[in-house]
Structure formats: structure tokens, C-alpha cells
Design a protein around this ligand. Structure first.
Ligand code: MG
Ligand code: ZN
Length: 224
């Protein structure tokens, strides 16, 4: 048991050092990085598409997609007009700083303002592997249920912003928004939150404003 804990600490420590390296690379290239995390099906790829459509004329956007086996998501990001790099994790359930470092090496960062990383759909381990990006964003969605902050506290604690996607489904699903928000507030007080629908575009403008603000302000800052 003790041995296992030691190994895990070494892995996380090595990841942290490489995340610092990735952060330097992004800062030197004046690229702002977002790490998008969520469970499978919450709408990471849809939000990326909408963000490219909304900001692509003002910001040069690149997308790094982590996926266990396919390039479906990277293909969608490329079709929406972004530079896209696919990382197939070969079964790994999260991206780590080594993988992002390899993706950064494959990109011409001088042609990029904003880098969006789509992490592997998973509400557990992505929280423990910082990548060196500037902001971490969690996407929750209405069909997942209102109990997720209580069940996955580590994920809700570590993020800088929360998107609540699929608000168009609220009339059809028992989702107690007050209960959900109380859980979030207990874990991450004052967390900036964007309720929106990628399908109807309701609430999308606030999200796009925040991303463009981050893209202009976060340049040169260290990752959290
Ligand atoms: Mg996706
Ligand atoms: Zn994992």
C-alpha cells in the first residue's frame, strides 16, 4: 500500500514538472490554453464547435483532442475551422502533460492565439493531471443529473469556470438547479458559471465573452 502511494506521487510530480514546461511553451508563443473536462456526452465537442464559430474570426484557434480510439472529435473541430491535433490515448482515461507536450510540438504555435484542449470524457482523473493550460473548465450537462458535484468533488473543486450545458432540456428532466448549485458553491465558492445550450445558443454570448476576455488577459500568466 505504501509503495503504491509513493509511485502515484512520483507520477503526479513528473506530470506537474512537464505541465510547467508546457506552460512556458504556451507563454513564449503567447498562446492561451483552456483545458475542457467533462463526462462523455456532456457536450465538449459541441461547445468547441460553437466557440470556433463564435470567435474564429477574431482569434486563431487550435484544438487538441484527447480520445481513447477515434479522431471523430478532432475532425469536427477541423471542419469548424480550427487547427486540430488528435491524441489517441490508447485506452488511457485522461490526458497528461507528456501527451499535451507532444501535441504542442506538432502545432505551429505562432499561428495560434487560443488553444482548446478537449480532455478525455471522465470526471475523475483529469482533475489530477494538470496540463500546463491557463484555465480549467468543467462542462456539466442537465441529463447527467443534479448530484454530480456531490459525487465528483475533486473535479468541481479544481476548475476555474463551469459550463452547464443542455439547459434546453430542463423542462423534461428532474434537475434541481438549486441543489446542484449548492453543491458547487460548497466545493468552489464563487465559481463563474455559464448555463447555456449548444443546441439553441441560449446563454452562449456570456461564455464567448468570457473566453475572449481570458484570451486577452491570461497571456503570460502562469497556470493554476
Ligand atoms: Mg467530444
Ligand atoms: Zn485517467
Amino acid at each position: 500500500m505504501t509503495q503504491r502511494i509513493t509511485v502515484v506521487e512520483k507520477i503526479l510530480g513528473a506530470n506537474e514538472r512537464l505541465a510547467t514546461e508546457n506552460n512556458k511553451i504556451l507563454n513564449n508563443a503567447k498562446v492561451v490554453g483552456l483545458n475542457l473536462m467533462a463526462s462523455p456526452g456532456a457536450g465538449k465537442t459541441s461547445l468547441i464547435e460553437k466557440t470556433i464559430h463564435g470567435l474564429g474570426s477574431r482569434l486563431r484557434i487550435a484544438v487538441v483532442d484527447g480520445d481513447i480510439a477515434t479522431s471523430i472529435d478532432a475532425d469536427r473541430a477541423a471542419a469548424a475551422g480550427a487547427l486540430a491535433v488528435q491524441i489517441n490515448t490508447g485506452g488511457e482515461c485522461h490526458l497528461d502533460a507528456v501527451m499535451l507536450g507532444q501535441a504542442l510540438a506538432a502545432l505551429d504555435l505562432s499561428a495560434v492565439d487560443l488553444l482548446i484542449v478537449e480532455n478525455v470524457g471522465n470526471l475523475i482523473c483529469p482533475a489530477y493531471f494538470p496540463l500546463g493550460t491557463h484555465k480549467s473548465v468543467l462542462i456539466a450537462s442537465i441529463p447527467e443529473g443534479d448530484d454530480k458535484p456531490y459525487k465528483y468533488p475533486g473535479m468541481y473543486q479544481g476548475v476555474d469556470a463551469l459550463v452547464i450545458n443542455k439547459t434546453d432540456l430542463l423542462p423534461y428532466i428532474d434537475f434541481d438547479m438549486d441543489y446542484f448549485r449548492r453543491g458547487v458553491e460548497a466545493l468552489n465558492p464563487g465559481l463563474i458559471t455559464f448555463p447555456l445550450s449548444c443546441k439553441t445558443a441560449e446563454g452562449m454570448d456570456s461564455w464567448l465573452d468570457w473566453v475572449s476576455e481570458v484570451a486577452s488577459e491570461a497571456k503570460g500568466s502562469t497556470f493554476e
